[in-house]
Design a protein around this ligand. Sequence first.
Ligand SMILES: CC(C)(COP(=O)(O)OP(=O)(O)OC[C@H]1O[C@@H](n2cnc3c(N)ncnc32)[C@H](O)[C@@H]1OP(=O)(O)O)[C@@H](O)C(=O)NCCC(=O)NCCS
Length: 180
Amino acid sequence: MTIILFSVLDAKSLDASQRAEIIRLCSAAYAEDFTPFLELLLPTSVHVLARLDGELVSHAAWVTRWLQPHGRATLRTAYVEAVATAPAHQGRGFGSAVMRKVAELIDDYGYDIGGLSPANVGFYERLGWELWQGPLFIRTEHGLLPTPDEQVMILRLARTPSDLDIRAPLSAEWRPGELW
Ligand SMILES: CC(C)(COP(=O)(O)OP(=O)(O)OC[C@H]1O[C@@H](n2cnc3c(N)ncnc32)[C@H](O)[C@@H]1OP(=O)(O)O)[C@@H](O)C(=O)NCCC(=O)NCCS
């Protein structure tokens, strides 16, 4: 039987070697240097690490963002980033296990909803995430910036309004780096 051990660490609790491990894993999975992306997440991120025999095999993190369906209150959103499994361990269920753990945790932390920008819609759909159907915008000091080329998925949690309409326009606050 394969036993994976999960740990959950906020950015402040990550030591240098854990940061280096996460960068190594994500750089290998995304085939690019992940250092600058992790730096942008780090001030507020919470990380889920999955280990097999001590080795980090899969990872996901979330940051808090404020998604707002048009005309409704902002939703305190756990916005998931850096979902990655080490290439040698892909296709063995580790990524799905990490995402199930993330779903459980963000519900427990009392978030209103989960969000992410998918590279792989099908991977997340199997896990209950829904592709947002309405137009997407970023809120800036100059008004709403349309982002028609982006895709966003959401995960309904216990606190998600039951009448949430995924065909409505949806906005998020501006941030440096990747807007969604
Ligand atoms: C995406 C990723 C995290 C998945 O990790 P993983 O550990 O291989 O995931 P799992 O083994 O749990 O799941 C893979 C399963 O998803 C399925 N899957 C993967 N992509 C899919 C897609 N686009 N549509 C439908 N199913 C998909 C696989 O067929 C497999 O199914 P199976 O369990 O029935 O065999 C991993 O491939 C990865 O690190 N990719 C590179 C980085 C990346 O793109 N991250 C996501 C950014 S949003």
